[in-house]
Design a protein. Structure first.
Length: 406
């Protein structure tokens, strides 16, 4: 059974059982005849206790009822006892109608019809035994004989309709999730192709152009040839890093897990690889829609890689919190800091000219997700990278439901 259907069925089950307990409680309080009859009072108390136990462990009970309809048949017998001691009228009959509604909610028609038939037979048995008292010695009236058992079928039909609505809603939810997953996959392929074109392809093209001109510089100016060779080596390192980043994103499954869990896994893997301790302090419920979450996780990954390559830090702190409608993630280290002034407008361009594209790419990712990136660094005092992205995305996260069938 689908998880979403199981949740809705369980909620309806709890409401029906609470209604039964309420009816029994009100009946005991109002009906003085029941309070004066120990046998009747004992049967109603037993029905209330059974209902209370079922409510306390409803999750396990619902699963057992799915597997063993005979358990609900036992509840039908309790309903017969209630009719026998209290009569077939009013709240006593309503107690038994709840069972029919549960049958329609939980089972297919053959089982539901069998349970309703069992209820009808026991109802007529209770009617027959109580008929003299109910009629004042007269015969059993036809309206009473015919109409009341019909409510078992009506209650079962209502339960069946509810279950069908739950199933249809789960099917629509599942279809929606599949369509969104396909759209996300297509968007991811387009994004990766764009990034390969904008970053890796451009870098490799620059390497190829520089390499083609290198023989000419060797003949004309050995010093210039040496500079070009160093630039080619630096560009090759950048291309290697970009390729690794793209491969890591292809293997990344963070879109399917909450942001905090993805960051914790990423931090744990990086700590194991580098030996630098990482502390993750995340606000409960801090998350983003899947596309923005992917960008944020990649920003955190690149920030950690920069720490490992350049900072010589002894510890790293990652802090995630929601502030003024934005999810803010800070990656802070206690390393040697960064050269230059991050608040200088030309700082990023200087990094790009020097072949350091990591922070440039992080800024682009933050802007692509509708947010921004800020860097604070003090020489010898560490670096703090802060990414802020709006917590609300254009589309809600698709709800995944476990597959199954009634």
């Amino acid at each position: 059974m689908r998880r979403s259907v199981e949740t809705r069925v369980g909620t309806t089950f709890v409401l029906l059982m609470q209604l039964r307990v309420l009816v029994i409680g009100v009946t005991v309080v109002v009906d003085g005849h029941v309070r004066g009859d120990p046998w009747a009072l004992g049967v109603l108390v037993l029905a209330a206790v059974v209902s209370g136990v079922v409510l306390a462990g409803w999750e396990k009970v619902v699963l057992r009822l799915f597997e063993q309809p005979a358990l609900l048949a036992f509840d039908v017998l309790i309903g017969y006892a209630v009719l026998q001691v209290g009569g077939i009228f009013g709240p006593y009959f309503l107690v038994t109608v709840v069972t029919a509604g549960l049958a329609g909610l939980l089972y297919r028609w053959p089982v539901t019809a069998l349970l309703c038939a069992q209820q009808a037979v026991l109802y007529y048995a209770a009617l027959y035994r109580n008929a003299p008292a109910d009629d004042g010695g007269g015969g059993v009236t036809m309206p009473l004989l015919v109409m009341l058992p019909v409510f078992y079928g009506v209650a079962a039909l209502v339960g069946t309709v509810l279950r069908r609505l739950f199933d249809e809603h789960a099917d629509a939810e599942e279809t929606r999730w599949r369509m969104e997953a396909q759209a996300m996959a297509a968007e991811e392929r387009t994004r990766l192709a764009r990034e390969m074109h904008d970053s890796l392809t451009a870098t490799l093209s620059g390497i190829a152009l520089s390499a083609n001109g290198l023989p000419s510089w060797v003949r004309k100016s050995p010093d210039r040839a040496e500079q070009e060779a160093r630039r080619i080596a630096t560009a090759a390192q950048v291309a290697t890093r970009e390729a690794r980043s793209l491969i890591a994103e292809l293997r990344d499954d963070s879109a399917g897990v909450p942001l905090v869990d993805a960051v914790r896994v990423l931090a744990g893997e990086w700590e194991s690889r580098t030996g630098v301790p990482v502390r993750v302090d995340a606000e409960a419920g801090a998350d983003l829609p899947a596309p923005a979450r992917r960008e944020m996780v990649t920003i955190v990954r690149e920030a950690l890689e920069n720490v490992g390559r350049h900072a010589e830090a002894s510890r790293v702190d990652i802090i995630a919190a929601v502030n003024a409608g934005e999810l803010e993630v800070r990656v802070r280290d206690d390393g040697r800091g960064m050269p230059g002034r991050p608040d200088d407008p030309g700082w990023l361009e200087a990094l790009a000219r020097g072949g350091h594209y990591g922070l440039v790419g992080m800024h682009e990712r933050a802007r692509r997700a509708g947010g921004r990136l800020a860097v604070r660094s003090v020489p010898g005092g560490g670096t703090e990278v802060t990414a802020s992205i709006p917590a609300a995305g254009p589309e809600p996260e698709p709800a995944r439901a476990a597959l199954g069938s009634r």
